[in-house]
Each structure stands twice: as C-alpha cells, then as structure tokens.
Design a binder for this molecule. Structure first.
Ligand code: CTP
Length: 462
C-alpha cells in the first residue's frame, strides 16, 4: 500500500467515510503483479467537492473527470483515480454516451455491478484490510476464469468484448461459456460498430504487448466473429502454403505462431515492440492475393510488396498515427532478405545497402519470428542461422542499427568552392552510392575520387 494512500484513507475515515481500492489494482495485487494505477472508491462522503477538498491537502487534483464523479491525483510515478460510487446508464449509441449518477451510500454489490468482469470487481477496504468480493472474483482468479458480472450492465459497453479478449490472453484465462455467448451476440448484433478506433487499439495493444501468447486473443476474435471488422486478417485464413516450408498449415496459423514467437522479445522499448508485433501480424498479408498453386507447388512470389497496402489499411483501422505504418513498411518489404542474403552469400555492399532501407537488427528479429513460427525442423532447433549470420556481418560492417553516415555532405562540396545548386543532391547520391559499394571508405578517399571524377567538372560548369 503506497504510504500516500494509507494517509489519504486515514483522513477519509476521520470524515466518517471509507476508501476502497477497486478494479485492476486489486486484481493485479492478487495476481502478484506490480501496479501503478490505483482506483479508489470513496463511500459515505456527501459530495465530490468534499472529496476534492480532502485530496487537495495531498497534492494537485486534476478535475477533468469531475463531472463523472472522478478526481485524479498524480504523485511521483503513480496515478490515483478517486471516485464516488456511481450508477451508469447508457444514453446513446456512442461509446461515451452514459448518464452517470453518483450515490455516496450505495451498497458495495450494487456499486460493483456496473463493472465488467468478476475479477475486476474485487474491492479492498483500506482501513479494515478486508477484501470485498461480491461476485466471486477471487475464486475466478484462482480457477483462471473470465466471467462477466451481469448481462444488462455488461452490454452497455461493447469495448468489453475487446477487453475480454485481451484479458483472456494476457492472464491466460478461459472465458466462461455464458460470457462467450454474450460477447458473440454483441458482435452479431453489430454493437461493436460504434467503438472509437483508438479505444479498440488500446485493448489490442495490450493484447499484443502484454500477452505471453497473443494468438489466444486473435483466435478468440476469430471465434467471436470480430474479424469481420479486420478484413485483412480474415483474408489470410485458409490461404494455403507450401507444406515443405510451412508444415504448420495456412497463413493464419503461421501468423499466429509468428506473433507468439515475437511476443517472447524482451525489450524496454515499448514502441519498438509495438512496431515488431504489428509487423509480425501483418508480414504475410500479401499472401492473400499473391499465392499461386501450380503443378502441386504453392508459391507466393511478390507477397512482401503486395502486403504493404493491406498492412496500411489494417493499421489505419487502429490508429491515426501514420508514422506507425511507415515504420512497419520496410520490415515487411524486406522480411525475406535475411534468408536470401544468407543463401546467396551476400557481399558487404548488399548488406550496407540493406541497412539504408531498414534497421537490420529489427529485420532479423522479424525474420527470426517468421522462421521459428513454423513447425519445420529448423524451427524446432530454435535457431535461425540466416539471421545470426546477417547480424554478425552487419556488426562487422557497423550497420547493425544504422546505415553508414555519408562521408561527404553538402558543406564539403561548398568547402571545395562549389556553389549550392540542385545538382548537389544528385552528386551526393552518387557519392553515397559509391561509398555503399565500398569504392572508398574515408572522407579523404571520397574527396580524391570526387576530384578526379567528371561530376565535379559537371557542377563547376553550372
Ligand atoms: N471497467 C469496466 N468496464 C470498462 C472499463 C473499466 O468495468 N469498459 C472497470 C473494471 O472494474 C476495471 C476498472 O474499471 O478493472 C479499471 O479499468 P481500466 O483501468 O481501464 O482497466 P484495468 O482493469 O485496470 O486493466 P488494465 O490493467 O488493462 O489497465
């Protein structure tokens, strides 16, 4: 219990009220996981203003949620959301359309009924140190079951279907059959149509970044009929693959195995993991349109390129952040390169050139997940030789995480007495190209080459 919270709770108790921890923080505590977000419900205070006065003694109170009965307190690295017990009633089709009524003397059970799942409806009375568990959430956590609380309140927020998907995968829970049925009905009734994309992506991001096996969530989405909202994913179902390279089955099966492989990546760089997980999910989208079967042989020539458009439309369904798709594009475009380079014994120039297109370390991470996300003998060894070879070569060349820096820049041309002009770009490109080819390796060598080349004469005559 953070000391700040213990102090606030004491003050609240002195006012004749009670503070209860509720929701994810209690669940995470019972699952022996760290939490940084605390939700506290305060029972028995006459008004939100009174709560605001109490909290103001402990720090800056953020009032953005005040009209919904929520006050936020940020302290050090932690976020505290204080609220009064409330009843919620859907008032329109949009996700935000809710009528909220706060009621300070609500019974715990009545107040907790508005929550989604039993495991998220466990309270903890801070002063008495007692768990409040009106819907059997602790038993469900123990038996690893995800169960909704109440049909009428659950359907009021269709985002809960996506929440269920990510919780099931993240905490490795079985979804109760009645919950599964309810979620499927909600999908079939079109209730998920009005959800804002960024809220959906918020849940899918947790599925991708926090689950040991995100495939569990995507398989659930398939079972529930949610894939109609993601035609790019639906399109890879039943697309056949060569049984020699993909004994595991169709493109969907392979993609599921690939994301589970990628999920093993340990990194503190959340943005990198997001990019790589999405790249793994989208890497074979092009196979939906570029798979051919001739004389019993299945090929998918060109699927790296044809996968870009569906990847972009898929990412566009999740976020307005265009740069995300930009950062995934080269990974998909070159995902076959490590194997091709290894097989052909690619030379330094080719590897340097590759590093100008894509981050080689990330590319190898994707290609490794792609290779190990199969049931081939190579996958069973757990080692992706082509990737290891490429990484070693890239390290030797110093292009593991970045492309070579140009030896000569525009300012070097100016120092040679040249007047800046449109031709600079062409010359610098030509120089860089030759540098990548290994024709010179130092600035001095580059200058010598330039001075003896016709390029200089060309620009001087301008
Ligand atoms: N909640 C709910 N329905 C929602 C969102 C939230 O019932 N659509 C309730 C749940 O009781 C949940 C709590 O509000 O535990 C806090 O929600 P939130 O912070 O969004 O999620 P957490 O459950 O804390 O889970 P996570 O670890 O994914 O943040």
């Amino acid at each position: 219990m953070p000391p700040l919270l213990a102090n606030i709770s004491k003050t609240i108790t002195k006012e004749g009220a009670k503070a209860l921890l509720v929701g994810g923080c209690v669940r995470d505590h019972l699952r022996k996981e760290q939490t940084k977000d605390y939700d506290i419900e305060v029972y028995g205070l006459e008004s939100i203003e009174k709560l605001q006065t109490i909290l103001a003694r402990f720090g800056n109170v953020n009032l953005v949620g005040k009209s919904f009965g929520v006050l936020k307190l940020h302290y050090k690295d932690e976020d505290y959301d204080f609220s009064l017990p409330r009843l919620e009633k859907k008032s329109g089709k949009r996700h935000v359309d809710f009528k909220v009524t706060t009621k300070s003397n609500l019974e715990y059970k009545e107040a907790f009924k508005r929550r989604d799942f039993t495991i998220n409806a466990i309270g903890y009375e801070i002063e008495t140190k007692k768990f409040i568990d009106p819907f059997g959430g602790i038993a469900d956590l123990d038996s690893k079951i995800l169960r909704h609380i109440n049909d009428e309140t659950f359907i009021e927020d269709p985002l809960r279907v996506y929440r269920g998907v990510q919780f099931a995968a993240r905490f490795e829970l079985d979804i109760d059959t009645s919950t599964l049925r309810l979620c499927r009905d909600m999908v079939q009734n079109g209730m998920l149509e009005y959800l804002p994309k960024e809220r959906i992506y918020g849940e899918l991001k947790k599925l991708l970044l926090l689950s040991p096996r995100p495939s569990v969530g995507f398989e659930l989405m398939r079972t529930l009929g949610i894939l109609t909202y993601f035609p790019e994913l639906e399109a890879i179902i039943d697309i056949p693959q060569s049984p020699i390279y993909h004994p595991e089955g169709d493109v969907w099966r392979h993609t599921m195995m690939t994301i589970d492989e990628m999920a093993k990546l340990k990194t503190s760089d959340e943005k990198q993991k997001e990019r790589l997980m999405l790249a793994a999910l989208c890497h074979d989208f092009g196979k939906a349109t570029h798979t051919q079967s001739k004389n019993g042989k299945i090929t998918a020539i060109g699927h790296e390129k044809s996968g870009i458009a569906p990847m972009r439309s898929f990412i566009g369904r999740l976020t307005y952040e265009k740069r995300l798709a930009d950062s995934i594009e080269p990974l998909i475009l070159y995902h076959l390169a490590p194997l091709q380079f290894y097989k052909s014994g690619a030379k330094a120039a080719a590897i340097r050139r590759l590093s100008t297109k894509v981050d080689i370390e990330e590319l190898v991470l994707l290609a490794t997940a792609d290779t190990l996300g199969r049931t081939t003998n190579e996958a069973k060894t757990g080692v992706y030789q082509a990737g290891e070879w490429l990484l070693q070569e890239a390290k030797k060349l110093g292009v593991y995480n970045e492309a070579p820096k140009p030896l000569l820049k525009g300012r070097d041309l100016i120092e040679l007495g040249l007047k800046p002009s449109a031709k600079f770009k062409k010359i610098l490109e030509e120089l860089y190209n030759r540098q990548i080819n290994g024709e010179f390796t130092t600035k001095q060598e580059a200058l010598v080459w330039l001075q003896s080349s016709s390029l200089l004469a060309e620009i001087s005559s301008l």
